[in-house]
Design a protein around this ligand. Structure first.
Ligand SMILES: *[C@@H]1O[C@H](CO)[C@@H](O)[C@H](O)[C@H]1NC(C)=O
Length: 342
């Protein structure tokens, strides 16, 4: 065979191979192969959603480390896990410093697209009043046509239970300190429009069999007491319950019937971001719970119609403060942001 003949043979067989492989393995064309001459434009995927959402997190009295970091009167803190929770889902945080003048606090509330009430212990005084004012304002925003979500976690759950019932003695005592638990969905639980809606079916199932969520509370409310209180039962719908150490049943997740309000007696933020307690679940499933819970809050916040001035947002972001590592002692929170009074 001449050199040319070999070359032709090679070309023919290669072409046949190409044809064959095209038949069995169709080529995958990446989007930019379709039409190289059309300039690529990237409009917002959904012009009705806001892609710079900001969540306000209310600070809690103290330093979050029983005085190890600061004894300053009027100091307050946010455990950094709540900030990371929000950031991991694609939003930024503005701290809402609970003891700032109400006028200043409400100005900051105009910079955010949703709020988060953290865990803690304070159930009275200025802190309780501030949570009440912000909660009321948030509901008003929704009534006025904004979609303004609220996540109330642990103490936050307890405080909005007190606020909605208008009964500061509504809570009952439970033994659920520092323990992981399952979540039991109530009969006919309607998870449409809740954080659980987007859970993959197998993860949703595991919630009721595996200890995937962290509890750390001594108060709560039983399903019976909630249902027997008209103000609470007309506002909230129970999604899940849990049993404490003494087999007493408490409401562990609920949502508002008419507002984008979700309340967790458990801690969605801890699984991925807190390490001091060996009880905190850190399995792949547990981390996903944190991620799905964070994604739901931020996806709700993207529906907000609030479009604050960008510079005013930047001036008030949590990035104006530095977190402090307090987890070296092997207890409490790993990192906290501390806000000294001005
Ligand atoms: C705060 O006070 C406690 C008790 O007196 C003390 O042990 C701690 O070191 C103080 N913290 C700071 C940051 O000074």
């Amino acid at each position: 065979m001449s050199k040319d003949a070999v070359w032709v043979l090679f070309l023919v067989t290669s072409f046949q191979c190409l044809l064959l492989s095209a038949e069995t393995h169709p080529a995958i064309l990446l989007p930019n192969h379709y039409n190289r001459n059309t300039p690529v434009t990237c409009p917002a995927p959904n012009p009705n959603l806001y892609y710079q959402p900001v969540i306000g997190i209310v600070t809690h009295p103290g330093d979050g480390a029983t005085g190890r970091l600061s004894n300053t009167t009027g100091a307050s803190y946010i455990a950094a896990s709540y900030v990371k929770f929000v950031e991991a889902a694609g939003a930024r945080v503005v701290p809402l410093i609970y003891n700032e003048p109400t006028e200043k606090l409400f100005k900051k509330l105009e910079l955010v697209n949703g709020v988060l009430f953290t865990g803690g212990w304070a159930k009275s005084g200025l802190y309780f009043e501030t949570i009440g004012r912000i909660f009321k304002k948030a509901l008003e925003k929704n009534d006025a046509g904004d979609h303004f979500p609220i996540y109330a976690i642990c103490l936050g759950f307890e405080l909005i239970t007190m606020i909605v019932s208008k009964d500061n003695n509504i809570l009952e005592e439970f033994c659920a300190s520092n323990q992981a638990s399952t979540l039991q969905f109530v009969e006919n639980a309607n998870i449409k429009g809740t954080l659980f809606q987007r859970f993959p079916p197998d993860l949703l199932k595991k919630l009721s069999t595996d200890c995937l969520v962290m509890q750390n509370h001594r108060y709560g409310i039983s399903p019976g007491k909630l249902q027997g209180n008209h103000k609470l039962s007309s506002f909230f719908e129970i999604l899940t319950t849990c049993e404490d150490e003494d087999d007493m049943v408490y409401v562990s997740t609920m949502r508002s019937r008419n507002y984008p309000v979700s309340a967790f007696q458990w801690h969605p933020e801890k699984n991925a971001f807190e390490w001091a307690s060996s009880e905190i679940p850190h399995t792949k499933d547990a981390i996903q719970i944190t991620q799905y819970a964070a994604n739901f809050l931020v996806s709700e916040a993207r529906k907000s119609i609030n479009r604050p001035v960008a510079q005013e947002v930047r001036d008030n972001l949590i990035y104006n403060y530095s977190p402090t590592y307090c987890g070296k002692a092997g207890k409490g929170y790993d990192e906290v942001y501390i806000f000294a009074p001005v």
